[in-house]
Structures are given as structure tokens and as C-alpha cells.
Design a protein around this ligand. Structure first.
Ligand SMILES: Cc1cc2nc3c(=O)[nH]c(=O)nc-3n(C[C@H](O)[C@H](O)[C@H](O)COP(=O)(O)OP(=O)(O)OC[C@H]3O[C@@H](n4cnc5c(N)ncnc54)[C@H](O)[C@@H]3O)c2cc1C
Length: 463
């Protein structure tokens, strides 16, 4: 008996039972094959529209398993995916015919309240991370929903509620333990393998399997947060106000905006936050809360943990079908706002949305070449997120995204947050998005992954 698999180069290969069993016996975790119980659940990722069937899923319990899996994949030249939270919209956390290194069982988290640091393993989700750090009243910039994985989100950059004050997630990364393509465990930090550390901060999963990440933490428990929701017919004025309001924000404040469906109606919402004294927060956010005639003003004191989960349900629900397109945009032009309004008026699904996430403050002051993530200026991450529950309806919902995208694209930059790329994005967008950093990223890739073992991602090809 053999197991059919796919190689890095897209060819078919077979693995003998003896090889599979030798590999299985090297693991502490579980090896799941296509005929194993649990395969159907294990192969699934967050985006229900991704329907791939890897040949081997390695559910690692620690660094040794990851090393064995990387060595097995490299020596057999297997197509290889890495998975932490499984949230990659294009489904980079799985593949057809290859191996998945699934680190989602690696949940260790150790907070050191004295030094205000935390070390967390490569399978932790933000809700788990926040649970442990909030026990000490501490936090760092994470995502805007709680079920994304810390590893995938961090390695792409990390946009979140605290970025104005504390920078991107990568700006708070102290070190990472990485199993590189040769199977070696390396620590990357400002003093150890600094080239690898530079590349990991924005370069995604291109450089190895990250088994542990160490972050700086900050005291934060209470925030002033919430949505202000307007009917769509005020949308043009609200969005024009919003873009000007963003330019006034101090580092402590965050303001994102979205068009979505609320109580069966398309609406425009500003998601506001203040990470500082409540009195000052009231003052800073007042102009936004006093603007126009909202349907609802839900802004109020909110525990940090509650804010981290505020957008989870139903928008970030596991298993919905998704298709999204994204780009950075430095100006929310009147034309873009109008296209967004047309898109919202014609939502094909009540679960779909458009969002703009403002990057500013500490996140925007880091020099563009200090980390691999190069979009270091006040800018918006613009997203059209198609979501629906019925597989049979996919074409119609994908068409809605593509039509809106084709109208909006002329108003957008040709660069994108690499964590928001879709599988059908052109490879040139990866290069464009890294800008001046791309050549250096290729050099680092050539040192640590010359055969491009880690290629199921926004790929940086070795030189
Ligand atoms: C609902 C939703 C909300 C989001 N909100 C935000 C947000 O607020 N801010 C933000 O910045 N991003 C956000 N994202 C994007 C998110 O950062 C990416 O989807 C990210 O890839 C998710 O990480 P993951 O570990 O869950 O993904 P996975 O699918 O597990 O992994 C995706 C890729 O990340 C890399 N990777 C994952 N784990 C490891 C590891 N241990 N070692 C090395 N590489 C690894 C690999 O290349 C892998 O293929 C959001 C995504 C979704 C779906």
C-alpha cells in the first residue's frame, strides 16, 4: 500500500506505508491521512469555500513534531502548508495533495507580568492569548476578531485596535522560534539571526514554521469603544466626515468604518475606540458621535476583552464561505465612497461587508525599511469581504465582490496587506506590496529556504 501525495513542483509522488509509519512513530502528535477518522474535520479551514484534500495532516504537539514534519516534507519534496488559526481567506493553511503542519494544538502561553512580556506557541488564537494576558491586565496589538491565529496574523504585520498607540503586532514582537527549511530550530530577534527577524516581521510564513512568539505587553483593561451606526442614505456624508476625522486622531484613538447589514438594512458604521483615560476618550470621539443622525450610538466603556470579541459573531464565524479583495488606499476619494455605497445598496448577502481600517500613529512612524512590512504611513486597509452560507450560491456572491472590486480598483493603490491577499491575486502584487523591501526579502528567503519549501503563502521566491 502507498499514499499518493503531491510534490512541491506539482508532480504526483507516492509514500510507502513503511515511510508513513516511520514518520508517524517519530511524532508525539497525530498523523491524519485521507482514510483516518477525523480527516474531514481536520482538513477544513475557516473559509468554508476552501475545499482541499491534503494527503497528510500533522497535528503537532510541540517543536520536535514540527521539526520531524519539516524534515519529512523536505526530503520527500512534499507540497507544504503551515496552519495556526486556519483563518487565511485564500486557504494557505491547507492544500491539495500535500502535507499540512497544523500547530493548532500548540497552545502554551506564559505571561511574565514582571517584564510585561509573553511567550505563546504557534497555534494560539488571539482569544486564548488575550485570556491569559488579561489575567494580568496586559495586552498587545492583536487582530480585530478573536479567532484568528497569532502566528499568521503576526507574521503578516498585525493590524488591530491598539496600533495607533502601540504599533502593529510585529512592532511588539521581541523574538520568534522558527523551524527553518533545514529542520533547524532558530531563534530570531534583534540580536540573534537579525536578518531572519527583520523578514519575519511582515514576510508571512515564507521563512519557516514559527513554534513560539515572544511579545511586549502593555497595561490595558478598559477602553471606550463601540459602533456608531447610520442608515445608508447618510453614508456619503458619514464617510466623508470619517476620512477627515481620521486625520485628527491621536495615537490613543482608533476609527475604522464599514458598510454592512444591520437589522436587515444596509448601513454605514464607524467602529471607534480609545485606549486611554475615559474622559479624554469622550472628548476625542465626541465629533464622530455627534455627527449626523445615527440609528444607534453603541460607544461606551468596554472591557478590552469584550472589544476583542465585539466583531466575532456572525461576521467571523467559522465555516462560512468567503471571497474577499483588498488593497491599501491613502485617500478615501469621493469616487471610492460612491462605489462603496453602490456596493452596499446591492449586497448579495447580509453577511458581506466592506471595511476600511486606518493605520496611523505608532504603526505609521516606523521607518518603511525597519521591518519587512513597508506600508508605514497613515493609510487605510480597504477590504471587500463576501460571505455567505450556501455553497451552491458561491458564484453570485463572488460576482458581487468582483464587480465592486473592478469599479473600486482604480481608486485604490496597487499594494495590499499581504494577510488580506486572495489566491487569485497576481504574484506581482506581492512584489509591489513589499516595495523596496522585496529584494532584501528574497535574499533572506534564499538563505533560509532556498528550495522554496514554504511556498503556500503570499510567496517570496528565493533568488
Ligand atoms: C475574520 C478575519 C478577521 C481578520 N482580522 C484581521 C485583523 O484585524 N488584523 C489583521 O492583521 N489581520 C486580520 N485578518 C487576516 C489574518 O491576519 C490572516 O488571515 C492570517 O493569515 C490569519 O492567521 P492564522 O494563523 O489564523 O491563519 P492560517 O490559515 O493558520 O495561516 C495562514 C498562513 O500564515 C502563515 N502561518 C500560520 N501559522 C504559522 C506558523 N506557526 N509559522 C509560520 N507561518 C505561519 C502560513 O503562511 C499560513 O499559510 C483577519 C482574517 C479574518 C479571516
Amino acid at each position: 500500500m502507498t499514499t499518493a501525495a503531491t510534490t512541491l513542483f506539482g508532480a504526483d509522488t507516492t509514500l510507502s506505508d513503511a515511510h508513513i509509519e516511520a514518520f508517524r512513530s517519530s511524532l508525539r502528535g497525530e498523523l491524519i491521512l485521507r482514510d483516518s477518522a477525523g480527516y474531514e474535520t481536520a482538513r477544513r479551514v475557516w473559509n468554508g469555500n476552501i475545499d482541499r484534500r491534503p494527503a497528510l495532516i500533522v497535528r503537532c504537539t510541540g517543536t520536535a513534531d514540527v521539526q520531524h514534519a519539516v524534515n519529512f516534507a523536505r526530503t520527500r519534496e512534499l507540497l507544504l502548508s503551515l496552519r495556526c488559526g486556519g483563518h487565511s481567506a485564500p486557504g494557505y493553511g491547507t492544500n491539495d495533495g500535500g502535507m499540512v503542519i497544523d500547530m493548532s494544538l500548540m497552545k502554551g502561553i506564559r505571561v511574565d507580568p514582571g517584564s510585561r512580556t509573553v511567550a505563546a506557541q504557534g497555534g494560539v488564537q488571539w482569544r486564548e492569548f488575550d485570556h491569559e494576558t488579561q489575567a494580568f491586565g496586559l495586552a498587545t496589538t492583536g487582530g480585530t476578531v478573536s479567532n484568528t491565529g497569532i502566528a499568521g496574523l503576526t507574521l503578516g504585520g498585525g493590524l488591530g485596535w491598539l496600533m495607533g498607540k502601540h504599533g502593529l503586532t510585529i512592532d511588539n514582537l521581541i523574538s520568534a522560534d522558527v523551524v527553518t527549511a533545514d529542520g533547524q530550530l532558530r531563534t530570531a530577534s534583534a540580536t540573534e539571526n537579525p536578518d531572519l527577524f527583520w523578514a519575519l516581521r511582515g514576510g508571512g510564513g515564507n521563512f519557516g514554521a514559527v513554534t513560539s512568539l515572544q511579545y511586549r505587553l502593555y497595561p490595558i483593561t478598559e477602553t471606550l469603544s463601540g459602533l456608531v451606526i447610520y442608515p445608508l442614505d447618510q453614508g456619503r456624508d458619514v464617510m466623508r466626515f470619517y476620512r477627515d476625522f481620521c486625520a485628527t486622531l491621536p495615537d490613543e484613538a482608533e476609527a475604522f468604518a464599514a458598510m454592512l447589514t444591520h437589522d436587515g438594512q444596509p448601513v454605514v458604521a464607524m467602529a471607534l475606540g480609545y485606549n486611554g483615560s475615559p474622559e479624554m476618550g469622550e472628548k476625542v470621539l465626541a465629533p464622530a458621535r455627534q455627527f449626523g443622525k445615527p440609528i444607534a450610538d453603541l460607544v461606551g466603556p468596554m472591557a478590552y476583552g469584550a472589544r476583542q470579541t465585539m466583531l466575532d459573531d456572525p461576521l467571523a464565524k467559522h465555516g462560512l464561505h468567503r471571497y474577499w479583495r483588498s488593497a491599501f488606499v491613502d485617500q478615501l476619494s469621493d469616487g471610492l465612497i460612491d462605489e462603496m455605497l453602490k456596493g452596499a445598496a446591492g449586497f448579495s448577502s447580509p453577511l458581506s461587508l466592506m471595511g476600511v481600517f486606518y493605520i496611523h500613529g505608532a504603526a505609521a512612524r516606523v521607518p518603511a525599511d525597519a521591518t519587512a512590512f513597508s506600508a508605514r504611513r497613515p493609510t487605510w486597509d480597504f477590504d471587500i469581504i463576501g460571505q455567505w452560507s450556501e455553497a451552491a450560491e458561491s458564484n453570485g456572491h463572488i460576482d458581487w465582490v468582483r464587480t465592486l472590486w473592478s469599479r473600486a480598483e482604480p481608486e485604490l493603490l496597487g499594494t495590499v496587506y499581504i494577510n488580506h491577499m486572495m489566491g487569485d491575486d497576481r504574484p506581482e502584487r506581492v512584489r509591489a506590496s513589499y516595495g523596496e523591501n522585496y529584494a532584501r526579502l528574497r535574499e533572506v528567503k534564499s538563505v533560509y529556504d532556498p528550495m522554496n519549501l514554504f511556498r503556500v503563502n503570499a510567496n517570496i521566491a528565493p533568488t
